[in-house]
Design a binder for this molecule. Structure first.
Ligand SMILES: *Cc1c(COP(=O)(O)O)cnc(C)c1O
Length: 424
């Protein structure tokens, strides 16, 4: 039987931990789930995973649990809290790949998840774990998408959901989702970092189980994206996998997934992981550029890409390790560059929220500076759905009298005809 245990990632510590937690009881470092797998037969396993796609069983339809052999913390027969997450499309681009490179750019669209972001992959794993441990209340601090996701999965598992979000800093669509799913929402502080810090202080004494991405089980769920991606590509790894970086859980998860797939012979080559941050919220970029051993935080993170407006990314050490393992890179892009990238993606018929478009803006910058070769095989992970932040889109429209795409027309045939002849 495969098995798993929690261990501190700090080399000087390495403490093994029995009880679920979000930090090492000895040194306060990050914990990770160390998986000890039975020997895999990669070909046999790939066939089983593939065959499950034809199955009608909910556990097989989920793009996370279809790969359950990679998640050895769940015992056979245990209750899985799933909404059929994952199994998201991989779509080619024409204009975006041309604009950003030219590179061979494909999009793995995680916005096509039950609550509209990649957070669902981590949440199904984490809430399944919480429920199996008899947890009653789950909590998170969030820039929005973790809230929507947690609220949905907690509701499904019959758990109470408590959310800490910065006041007036998350999109109304994300807030609406969380409320709709019945969560208790505390609007507290001006930044994610402040809300998160407060939550970490109060959670233990109130018996709240934290499901932020410092929870190692979130990372486990999210790592399955690389198995799904490789399967969709017939197990041919791309040259680069590009993700936006906020709290850096996703980059950490992708790295862990790649490492396990390589170790067990599922892939020959490891793609280079690229993290892209917004220029106003780029602590990881600053830290790596300065080669600083300590995080260089951004005290007042600012970007319109609210999902990545984070000044003290909790998972930065895990993400740094991933860039080391994969010979990866970090880039920083302005809000204008994000806007341009989002517009070009839209020309390909691909919608996403601003944070997701940072990936494509980052690729363009890295091609321009020669760090990504032209015609490279690049997969951009688009993390959230277009409808997550429609306020952003509307804010960027020209004033209505100048908007040539949006016409207010008198309801007469003459006016309609005139408007069309003038603007078509
Ligand atoms: C959470 C989120 C991110 C950032 O992911 P991290 O794991 O925190 O780095 C990026 N984009 C979207 C849409 C998100 O919801």
């Amino acid at each position: 039987m495969s098995s798993a245990y929690l261990q501190c990632i700090e080399e000087a510590c390495g403490h093994r931990q029995e009880k679920d937690a979000v930090a090492c009881a000895d040194c306060g470092g990050l914990l990770e789930l160390v998986c000890e797998f039975d020997p895999f037969d990669p070909d046999g396993m790939r066939r089983i995973w593939h065959q499950r796609r034809l199955s009608g069983e909910p556990i097989d339809r989920s793009g996370v649990w279809r790969f359950r052999e990679l998640l050895p913390f769940v015992r056979p027969g245990e209750r899985i809290v799933s909404l059929s997450e994952g199994s998201t499309p991989l779509v080619g681009t024409r204009r975006a790949g041309w604009w950003a490179g030219p590179v061979h750019l494909t999009i793995k669209h995680q916005g096509n998840n039950p609550t509209g972001s990649f957070k669902d992959l981590g949440m199904t794993a984490c809430i399944t774990r919480a429920a199996s441990k008899g947890v009653r209340i789950v909590a998170c601090a969030s820039t929005g998408n973790t809230s929507s996701s947690m609220a949905a999965y907690a509701g499904r598992a019959g758990l109470r959901a408590v959310l800490f979000v910065p006041y007036k800093q998350i999109s109304s669509a994300k807030l609406a989702q969380a409320l709709d799913f019945g969560a208790l929402v505390l609007e507290v502080g001006d930044t994610f970092d402040q809300a998160f810090c407060l939550l970490r202080e109060v959670a233990p004494s109130l018996g709240m189980y934290l499901v932020n991405s410092v929870n190692p089980f979130r990372i486990e769920g999210q790592k399955t994206i690389v198995a799904e991606l490789m399967e969709q590509r017939a197990w041919r790894p791309p040259d680069f996998i590009v993700v936006p970086g906020g709290n850096l859980g996703n980059a950490s998860a992708i790295g862990k997934g790649l490492r396990e797939l390589k170790e067990f012979g599922f892939i020959e080559k490891v793609p280079r992981v690229v993290v892209v941050q917004a220029a106003g919220a780029n602590p990881f970029y600053r830290t790596l550029t300065a080669q600083s051993p300590d995080l260089i935080p951004v005290e007042n993170p600012s970007t319109e890409a609210t999902a990545i407006r984070i000044g003290r990314p909790a998972n930065w050490k895990k993400a740094r390790r991933v860039l080391e393992w994969t010979n990866g890179m970090c880039e920083s892009v302005t809000d204008e560059e994000i806007f341009e990238a989002k517009r070009v993606l839209a020309e390909d018929g691909v919608g996403c929220e601003p944070a997701s478009a940072a990936t494509v803006a980052g690729v363009r910058k890295l091609v321009r500076s020669g760090k990504i070769e032209r015609h490279a095989d690049v997969v951009a992970i688009l993390t959230g759905h277009q409808l997550k932040d429609t306020e952003y889109v509307m804010r960027h429209r020209p004033p209505s009298e100048e908007d040539r795409q949006r016409l207010r027309v008198e309801p007469t045939l003459g006016a309609v005809r005139e408007a069309l002849t003038r603007h078509l």
